[in-house]
Design a protein around this ligand. Sequence first.
Ligand code: CUA
Length: 324
Amino acid sequence: MPVSPSQSALDTAGEGAKQIAELFYVMLSGGIVIWLVMIGLMIYAIRFPGQHDAKKTRLLVIGGCVVFPTIVLTALLTYGLSILPELQRPAPPGSQVIDVVGVRWWWRVRYRLPDRETVETANEIHLSVNEAAEFKLTSEDVIHFFWIPSLGGTMDMIPGRENRLKLFPTKVGVYRGVCAEFCGAAHAQMSFDVVVHSRADFDRWLADQTQGVIDIPHPGAQVFLRRGCSACHAIRGTVADGVIGPDLTHFGSRRSIGAAVLANTAEHLSRWIRETHEVKPGVEVPEFDAIESDSTLCLVYLGRCGDDSVCVPAVDCRRLANGT
Ligand code: CUA
């Protein structure tokens, strides 16, 4: 699986993005042809100055300024409108429904399960390849803007309103999603990773997410509880049920910290906890410069191990969890 997230609308990995890229190339080609004709006329006018036949000139003005743009713009409008119904069509019944809520400056992500339960995660979206996913989008505070350039179109996230967007990924890989509308100080640091899996890998991921932390009481979870982080964050399987900040169940399996600001490594987590406001100015989480680095290392191991995470802590998390 390619690991570097692509954030280009022309590097397409989804049906919607492919149609939008094709529309871009058609409009670009049309623009280039019109530009060449205009440059040709300009060169002609410079090379052959002086009086021109009045009738021919009138014909050129009417043809070039009225008839030609009308034909070109009508054709482009018809083509542009023709791709809209497919882009706007909801995902078929039975597709995965994912609620995404924009919050300054991160993403609350909830997967709806068949039994009407939901499972919450944050700042990372997982999808199954060659299957439509239906996104329900809203915001908790200001207007945000949901965009995964490689997969498809964009949609506003508006407080008090639920917008929808269908995406249909066609290539396994990791892509980058962004907030594409200015929403305050850390707007530029409000991103997320999108991991597109095979169906089997997606099912495995979702099954993992539905479980609480493994190995209860997980040493990392105990460190987390002792430090009071549970006032804002939840970890399913423990007494931590804060709802203000991102759900941190399976945090250790995620690729990034702070809404795709830092890669999820022990060093970065340590830096995030101690220097949060230097790393992401404006963010609401307080700095905890008193947390010792061994504790932060234990926090990294919250949740299941992903493909590339290290599963064995280098320090004795159980000793730290017990406060000894
Ligand atoms: Cu959220 Cu910009």
